[in-house]
Design a protein around this ligand. Structure first.
Ligand SMILES: [Ca+2]
Ligand SMILES: [Ca+2]
Length: 209
């Protein structure tokens, strides 16, 4: 029989984090680096960040990279808008979304350039830079090792995120932030069925005792 009791999911509240500021680009060589500007709270499941850069002139396009904690360690931008496509009649807005790990810092690299040199006299150009953190609540974390495995119970359906955010642009199978450990307790020999569903194709299930 499976042991009765409460599971070890520990709910927590999403922490708000973000910032908005203006910056001025003076020419095509002007690449701004906002070093360690994005500071992620300790929310154990990580989350994602949205960065928005708004240039108040439609003839400019906006280039943006996001770097992890060490320099030249870009993270993957997983969604957002094109650098080139102007999406309002009064300003150009560039959005980027990326996955983040708790307690990490990320930097923004950005430039703002006109479509053709005939518009170089439009410099300096002012743009607003904004970032916002969205927490992904995963009450089963921290469960990255066998020692930290969280107890689950018979017939429970438990929901969790497989990856507690990206630190840089890659995750290997044995990286702690790519592991979720759970434990079950039985007091007689039996057959167990474990099932995982609604998951990406590259997630693997293994059992140990
Ligand atoms: Ca997890
Ligand atoms: Ca985990």
């Amino acid at each position: 029989m499976m042991e009765e009791g409460t599971d070890q999911c520990t709910p927590y509240s999403a922490t708000l984090a973000g910032n908005t500021f203006e910056s001025i680009w003076i020419d095509t060589e002007d690449i701004k680096i906002f070093a360690d500007e994005i500071v992620i709270p300790s929310d154990i499941g990580g989350g994602y960040v949205k960065v928005t850069i708004t240039a108040y002139d439609t003839i400019f396009y906006i280039g943006m990279d996001i770097d992890g904690q060490s320099s030249f360690d870009p993270v993957y931008i997983i969604s957002g808008t094109s650098p080139q496509i102007t999406n309002t009649t009064v300003s150009h807005i560039r959005e980027a979304y990326f996955s983040v790990h708790p307690d990490q810092k990320y930097s923004i690299r950005a430039y703002v350039r006109p479509y053709t040199n005939s518009f170089l006299d439009r410099y300096p150009i002012t743009a607003t830079v904004e970032w916002e953190f969205f927490s992904r609540i995963d009450c089963w974390e921290d469960n990255d090792s066998k020692e930290d495995a969280k107890e689950i119970h018979l017939d429970d359906i438990n929901e969790a995120y497989a990856i507690a955010g990206h630190i840089n642009d890659q995750i290997f199978p044995l990286d702690p932030n790519a592991q979720d450990w759970y434990k079950i307790t039985i007091d007689t020999p039996t057959q167990l069925k474990l099932e995982i569903f609604d998951l990406p194709t590259d997630i693997r299930l293994k059992s140990y005792y």
